[in-house]
Design a protein around this ligand. Structure first.
Ligand SMILES: NC(=O)C1=CN([C@@H]2O[C@H](COP(=O)(O)OP(=O)(O)OC[C@H]3O[C@@H](n4cnc5c(N)ncnc54)[C@H](O)[C@@H]3O)[C@@H](O)[C@H]2O)C=CC1
Ligand SMILES: N[C@@H](CC=O)C(=O)O
Ligand code: NA
Length: 449
């Protein structure tokens, strides 16, 4: 029998993900030892209350409320508490003491990544975070290592399982946002500490900052990520999207852009967008995530799988624990973070995309041409246009058109060619102010077309 040295693993947090990580470490530790060339010993689990009920059946003697002592006794610290404080302090303590850290905490990385990576570099420790984006899906390692020799042009990601789950249930089951969120929370997908992190798009924005930084070798501060959540998405928009051959998805979009002034930079943004039903991202259902990467040499790649869930995410955490442990065995530095390209991160106004604008207008001669002229005067060109008069809309689709359809008015759905966000904003402002537009009922970007 081979005698392995034993590496001490400390776990911080025993919630949805942490309890599954503990369970897998206890059940499969021996098998992992043969893959690593060292044994792994779970030396303790820091919790707030040792007697709190747990999802997994774990030995009580492992629990402690003394996180600091536990951290200082470990070779590898796994942070799965979530939130910024005290996670930041604990991760810094672990790194400065020379331990490698594995975390799934995207909020912490997006807000304090540079500080944590600098602390790690100073002592030659490593920070691993595969679980932070796309849960179980390998995406951090592919961006950091497999695609390091290529030029990533664009990433479209469904990176929040909770919002994908909610939008999917609104689309396929007609469920309300609130009841779908309650199910997502019960299943352990939603951020318990702050459900608004999911539905307001903060969680996806943190992930966008992380993947944009890795893909473009540039520091992308969380504050530079344009963000809209799904709270303003209406049932009418979901139904109209379906009727028009689209599905609404909350997308994280990271791409190289050239602004109106010719400045080259990168953009990271999160918003609900119309995705054509034939795009591979449209088929991503429920809590699943997918990251669609377009690279100069590799072409289109899609990474797909479970983006949330305790057991699934634990797989990514364990993979990182194995990487950290192997590094302890062989020594030497791990893969360093690279921000050498140092591209400017441009604001949303520098982005060019297609839009779908839905207007309720007075049904009178000349209105259509005046609306078209307003778009043209802002350099926004019309690609498609459909008009439905109120009585027809009520007869054919009473549920979706009922609220907005008013006799004497017509609904215009305008699909635009690619336009700058700033031009679109000015166009929508002018349409709102024009006498014949009764209401701008929906403005959505179209991505992946
Ligand atoms: N649940 C999921 O599907 C995924 C979660 N993540 C990330 O993994 C991390 C953990 O997520 P979950 O397990 O879902 O969260 P959770 O809320 O289920 O578990 C966190 C646990 O940490 C404990 N905790 C919080 N502060 C503590 C402190 N000061 N000392 C000791 N224990 C403390 C809480 O009591 C709780 O038991 C978060 O950063 C989350 O964003 C990442 C990918 C997927
Ligand atoms: N709340 C997150 C969990 C994983 O990061 C999600 O819904 O995707
Ligand atoms: Na992942």
């Amino acid at each position: 029998m081979i005698e392995y040295r034993t590496l001490k693993v400390a776990l911080l947090g025993a919630g949805s993900v942490g309890s599954q990580v503990a369970k897998l470490l206890l059940e499969h530790g021996d098998e992992l030892a043969s893959r690593i060339g060292a044994g792994l010993e779970l030396v303790g689990i820091a919790v707030r209350d040792v007697d709190a009920p747990r999802r997994a059946d774990l030995p009580r003697e492992l629990f402690t409320t003394d996180a600091r002592s536990l951290i200082l006794s470990a070779d590898i610290v796994v942070e799965l508490m979530g939130g910024i404080d005290p996670a930041r302090e604990y991760v810094l303590l672990a790194l400065t003491s020379g331990a490698d850290v594995v975390t799934g905490n995207k909020a912490l990385l997006a807000e304090h990544g540079p500080e944590l990576f600098a602390a790690a570099e100073q002592v030659g420790a490593q920070l691993y975070y595969e679980a932070a984006v796309g849960g179980a899906i390998p995406i951090i390692r592919p961006l950091r290592e497999s695609l390091a020799g290529d030029r990533v042009e664009r990433i479209l990601g469904i990176v929040n399982g909770t919002t994908n789950f909610i939008l999917d249930r609104m689309d396929t089951a007609g469920e309300s946002m609130e009841s779908a969120l309650a199910v997502a929370t019960e299943l352990g997908y939603a951020e318990r500490s702050d459900p608004s992190a999911d539905i307001e798009g903060y969680d996806a924005a943190a992930k966008a900052a992380i993947i944009a930084g890795l893909a473009f070798h540039t520091s992308v501060p969380l504050g530079s990520v344009y963000r809209e959540g799904i709270t303003s998405v209406t049932k009418e928009q979901v139904d109209a999207a379906r009727a028009g051959g689209y599905v609404i998805k909350l997308l994280a979009i990271c791409e190289r852009v050239v602004g109106e002034d010719g400045v080259e930079g990168v953009s990271a943004r999160v918003y609900p967008a119309l995705v054509p039903r034939e795009h591979p991202l449209a088929a991503v259902r429920g809590v699943h995530n997918a990251v669609f990467v377009q690279a100069a040499a590799a072409g289109d790649l899609m990474f797909y799988g479970a983006g949330a869930g305790g057991l699934q995410t634990a797989s990514a955490v364990l993979g990182d624990v194995v990487s950290a442990a192997r590094r302890h065995v062989v020594g030497g530095p791990g893969v360093a973070e690279s921000t050498r390209a140092d591209l400017p991160v441009l604001g949303a106004e520098a982005v060019r995309t297609r839009y779908q604008i839905t207007l309720r207008v007075t049904d009178a001669p000349g209105v259509l041409s005046r609306v078209a002229a307003t778009l043209a005067s802002h350099d926004v060109s019309v690609e498609t246009l459909t008009q439905t008069v109120a009585h027809a809309a009520l007869a054919s689709d009473g549920q979706s058109a009922g609220r907005d359809a008013v006799p004497g008015t017509a609904t215009l759905v305008i699909g635009t060619h690619v336009a700058f966000e700033s031009a679109l904003a000015a166009t929508v402002g002018a349409l709102r102010d024009s006498g014949e537009v009764v209401a701008v009922t929906s403005v959505l970007r179209v991505e992946g077309a």
